[in-house]
Ligand binder design. Structure first.
Ligand code: SF4
Length: 457
């Protein structure tokens, strides 16, 4: 496995990425669009692109990810895809009757310079229906950039301001699983906050099995609520990379002030989220949440001896990776390699801030944005770690170096149930703690002598 990875010096590269810690922009745009009820995501490009995007999402969520395509052929690739888009919009409304078509671009349509704004200005949209769009050239950014652009696209094209404040808190949850969105909503409800979550894939990509296929499952942010976002009282953006652009668009367009909070993964980040909800709602923290936090701290103390000083490599999406790094430090672990494939956002500075909070010398940790699993693998070969934390794409490194992997983030293509269970909140941290402790303790059981195999650990 990965026999070609050099085992000597780390090979420096400037123009080649091998096994990137990211995927392409439209995957994120498609996911965000599925979080608005009655929306058909539409890929303006070739059929091959949308097949890949749908397959990727379907394999992570184990649910069908519906989307349509402009189905570029050679003609559209040379002369532009305006005619294809016009036909597609008419057919989609006729055949599937969505409330909204959410169009994103692809490498091909961006490269030939298709102008969605002018195409869509010339297309007749049926009464009561909407077509929104965003630009997602995949030779830049990542699936996180695509998610962020589509969430902002809904705000740009749909949010309106009236004379009547809605009194709602707008919450942009970031590129998280439906289970996380349910958890975020449960916290908001415990504080009795009137909110709009955009997007909201709960009830869409974790919908129960009913035996009936529904093109547009019951879940998702309602279009009417997206329209009313312009009247919101305040916005909380959870995660700088995935959520800030939508909050910023709402402020720019309609003057709704916002705060960007870390994704609530781990103790401190969840504390910050809960404090923000308490401050906003002017309600004290409910006893149920206090209890949940106390249970987490108890579990952290219980398992401390198995996690303390364990060396860990963390990879994935930047909002997740930052908080996973912080949670590992809260547990007394030693993150030694921290990487993301998504560019921008001053990732290295943010990691350095987290390390400084725990008095960790940044010289002792390798951290980098726009990196790939090949580079992380080379570094692990030089100085091994005890645990890998990241998506399924870390699996080959885990096998090659015989290191346990705890699957976390996106995509998890080779295991089940993950999208249903939260990683956010104190409950999510407890689950992650259990998974990491289990992985390390399973390894102890596997490697110890027969005489040392303990029933009680
Ligand atoms: S061509 Fe571009 S948009 Fe299409 S699948 Fe590949 S990276 Fe994604």
């Amino acid at each position: 496995m990965l026999d070609a990875t050099p085992r000597g010096e780390v090979a420096e590269r400037s123009a080649l990425t091998i096994n990137p810690c990211k995927t392409c922009q439209p995957v994120g745009a498609l996911y965000a669009a599925l979080g608005v009820h009655g929306t058909m995501p539409h890929s303006h490009g070739s059929q091959g692109c949308v097949s890949f995007h749908r397959m990727f999402l379907t394999r992570h969520f184990k649910e069908p990810a519906m989307a349509s395509t402009s189905a570029f052929t050679e003609g559209a690739s040379v002369f532009g895809g305006g005619a294809n888009l016009k036909t597609a919009v008419r057919n989609i409304f006729d055949l599937y009757d969505p409330e909204i078509i959410a169009v994103h671009t692809t490498c091909l349509s961006e490269t030939i310079g298709d102008d969605l704004h002018s195409f869509l200005s010339d297309i007749e949209i049926p009464e009561g229906k909407r077509v929104i769009y965003c630009s997602t050239p995949s030779y830049q950014g990542s699936h996180i950039t695509g998610f962020s652009s589509m969430a902002a696209g809904f705000v740009e094209h749909m949010a309106q301001k009236s004379d009547v404040p809605s009194g709602r808190l707008a919450v942009i949850p970031g590129f998280v699983n439906p289970g996380d969105m349910r958890k975020i909503k449960s916290y908001l409800e415990e504080f009795r906050i009137n909110y709009t979550l955009l997007p909201d894939t709960s009830g869409v990509l974790d919908a129960p099995m009913t035996g009936e296929f529904e093109m547009f499952p019951k879940g998702g942010t309602r279009a009417a609520d997206v329209v009313r976002l312009g009247d919101a009282h305040f916005t909380l953006a959870l995660g700088q990379w995935a959520s800030e652009a939508a909050a910023n668009a709402l402020q720019r367009k309609h003057g709704v002030q916002y705060a960007t909070l870390p994704l609530p993964i781990g103790v401190r980040a969840t504390d910050e989220f809960i404090s923000a909800l308490s401050g906003y709602s002017k309600h004290p923290v409910p006893a149920s949440i206090e209890e949940e936090r106390g249970q987490l701290i108890d579990c952290m103390l219980d398992a401390h001896q198995y996690l303390d000083k364990r060396r860990v490599a963390i990879a994935g999406d930047p909002d997740h990776v930052l908080r996973l790094t912080e949670f590992c430090l809260e547990l007394g672990m030693s993150p030694v390699y921290v990487g993301t494939g998504t560019p921008g956002g001053h990732f290295e500075e943010r990691v350095a801030e987290v390390l400084a909070r725990f008095d960790v010398d940044p010289e002792t940790v390798w951290f980098k944005s726009e990196t790939d699993y090949f580079e992380i693998h080379q570094r692990i070969i030089q100085e091994p770690v005890d645990l890998l934390l990241g998506p399924s794409l870390f699996k080959q490194v885990a096998r090659a170096e015989d290191i346990p992997l705890v699957r976390v983030g996106f995509p998890i293509l080779d295991r089940y149930v993950h999208p249903y269970l939260p990683l956010v909140g104190y409950e999510g941290a407890m689950r992650l703690l259990r998974d990491m402790a289990d992985a390390l303790m399973d390894r102890l059981d596997r490697d110890c002598d027969d005489k040392d195999l303990e029933f009680v650990m």
